[in-house]
Write a protein that binds this ligand. Structure first.
Ligand SMILES: [Zn+2]
Length: 581
């Protein structure tokens, strides 16, 4: 059929305009389609989208590696702003052809279900509403990205204030916290108005799709086939009953160590023993070499794959001027390789970020042999299971005696921070998800004052042990800082589900690491060819929404937390001690 496709490479699409891409879609749409040629047609479609997808990924990588180059910026904008969104529209039309044909194959069941759901909720009259939302969300980014404060006469952005929240000096932390909150408090009305408009648009999209509210729409558009809003409500209840008390205990320990009468919001990020930050590596080369040893300990296959990435220039880890902030793992679908981008400066967070992104990368390696590009990318619940599990599976090899990054004291600090972060994040995730559910189902999500009140009361369920007295505006401002609520509605609980899944895989690894890693790899290799619960089951985990299962996992984390938190115990004995309890 489209024989000349096989001769093309992503480079042939590097300068493509929409018309160049559109002509391929027209061909795919005009080919007479039958059950006899549908497999070859799918192959062509997949191959074509891999080529363009890789060209787009390369444009993103080039731009984020050097944001000062206007040519790279324009190329990335061409893909992200013009080509990719229109490709999605075209894909829907091709999907229509596929669905009308009634073609089925076991490994395509999940994909076909997604396509059917997309077709069910798609309304052409919603397209301009989405464009309006796009405009509003970029306004949110402009407002929040442009916030600056004055710190000792110097202009600083909110992210630049973050390190100050870890300062051993309490007065510095308080000032940094107050400044950051104040910046949001000052723009509260503007952001509330923006949300009013987003809320109205999202509600209209749901109505046009014939659904009762935007929550119902979001569950469909996110292909949440295996859990419902009621499960999420159970999740919130379980977190409140099981995780929140555990967080209260760790915060109380922190309060005592800091020697303060009550724990204020600016005390949560500080090291309770007032030590300087850990420096796990000095250069990017050292980061790569050490991480390579760690991954090889988890599994020789991971060690080899990470080495391939290093050899083929697929790791851009160090920070430098002109590089975009943040970190990501991007897949090059044609080549079947992942690419990791980050801004390492030599702190503990860099190690965690690399372990996390490498989990995504190993996922891409494992799934790359699946025949169609769409089969390689399951939902976020599974993608984050891959990355969060790697953070835990690699942890036993992070000590210097194992070839890793940390001396004994620093290792304990890093592990404690990770475990604490897991518990604190779960409570935060539940609060954000419960709030979003309230926004779109209470009937009052369009009222600015009611939203703030609801946030305070929901937050009160999940955030205990922190003294917010006299800080009401700052406490309200917290939800305006949660960009997901504005930019990616309902996208959050996936992290909670994945974290609890990762804890189960880690638990399995404590008794039989080789078997646990084997099952994990097997699940990654399935891509999106099985329903979510089956992917989890293959990895040795389940979707957890209930307090009973959550309690067991939280208790395990607390046992390890306490074991690591005991001064003077050699690292090698800690795991055994935690296991024995
Ligand atoms: Zn991730």
């Amino acid at each position: 059929m489209l024989a000349d496709l096989t001769a093309l490479t992503p480079a042939d699409f590097a300068d493509a305009a929409w018309e160049d891409v559109a002509s391929w879609y027209r061909e795919l749409e005009q080919v007479p389609l039958s059950l006899e040629n549908v497999e070859a047609w799918l192959q062509d479609w997949s191959r074509f989208e891999s080529l363009v997808g890789e060209a787009a990924a390369l444009a993103l990588i080039a731009y984020t590696s050097d944001t000062t180059d206007p040519v790279k910026e324009a190329a990335n904008l061409r893909f992200a702003g013009q080509i990719i969104p229109r490709m999605e529209e075209q894909s829907l039309r091709l999907a229509d052809r596929l669905l009308s044909l009634g073609y089925r194959r076991p490994d395509l069941e999940v994909l076909l279900r997604k396509l059917r759901t997309q077709r069910e909720i798609f309304r052409s009259e919603s397209i301009p509403l989405f464009a309006e939302m796009e405009e509003l969300t970029s306004q949110y980014q402009k407002i929040t990205g442009g916030l600056v404060v004055s710190w000792e006469g110097e202009e600083m952005t909110i992210p630049q204030l973050q390190p100050l929240l870890k300062s051993p000096d309490r007065a510095v932390r308080e000032r940094a916290f107050q400044l950051a909150s104040q910046a949001y408090v000052e723009r509260r009305n503007e952001l509330a108005e923006l949300f009013d408009r987003l809320f109205a648009l999202r509600t209209r999209v749901a109505t046009q799709a014939g659904l009762p509210d935007f929550q119902a729409y979001a569950f469909r558009s996110k292909f949440r086939f295996d859990y419902a809003p009621e499960d999420c409500a159970r999740f919130h209840g379980a977190v409140e009953a099981v995780v929140v008390p555990a967080v209260e205990r760790l915060l109380e320990r922190r309060r005592r160590r800091l020697g303060v009468a009550s724990l204020r919001p600016w005390d949560v990020g500080a090291d309770p023993n007032r030590r300087p930050p850990v420096r796990p590596f000095a250069t990017t080369e050292e980061l790569i070499a050490t991480a390579g040893r760690v991954f090889a300990r988890v599994s020789p296959a991971f060690g080899r794959e990470f080495q391939v990435m290093a050899d083929e220039g697929l790791l851009d880890l160090g920070t430098r001027k002109g590089k975009a902030p943040g970190g990501y793992c991007e897949t090059l679908p044609h080549r079947g390789r992942p690419f990791i981008f980050m801004n390492a400066v030599g702190v503990v967070d860099d190690v965690s970020t690399l372990l996390h992104e490498a989990g995504h990368a190993f996922h891409a390696f494992a799934a790359r042999r699946l025949p169609l590009v769409w089969l390689r990318h399951p939902g976020l619940e599974m993608c984050e299971l891959a990355s969060m599990s790697m953070e835990l599976l690699a942890a036993p090899y992070l000590g210097r005696e194992e070839g890793g990054f940390f001396g004994p004291e620093d290792l304990a600090r890093a592990r404690i921070e990770h475990f604490e972060d897991i518990l604190i994040s779960l409570a935060h995730i539940a609060s954000v998800d419960a709030f979003q559910s309230w926004l779109y189902t209470s009937g009052r999500g369009g009222e600015a004052g009611a939203r703030d009140e609801a946030w305070l009361s929901i937050r009160g369920r999940f955030e205990r042990g922190i003294d917010w007295q006299g800080l009401r505006p700052a406490q309200i401002a917290r939800w305006y800082r949660q960009l997901h609520i504005f930019l990616h509605p309902f996208y959050y609980i996936e992290y909670g589900i994945a974290q609890l899944g990762a804890l189960q895989i880690w638990r399995n690894s404590l008794t039989d690491p080789e078997a646990a890693v084997g099952r994990y790899r097997e699940a990654l290799a399935l891509g999106d060819t099985r329903p979510l619960p089956e992917l989890y089951a293959t990895a040795g985990a389940a979707l957890v929404f209930d307090p009973e299962e959550m309690r067991e996992l939280v208790a395990l984390v607390e046992r390890h937390l306490e074991a690591w938190d005991t001064d003077g115990v050699p690292a090698s004995q800690v795991e055994a001690r935690a296991q024995a309890r």
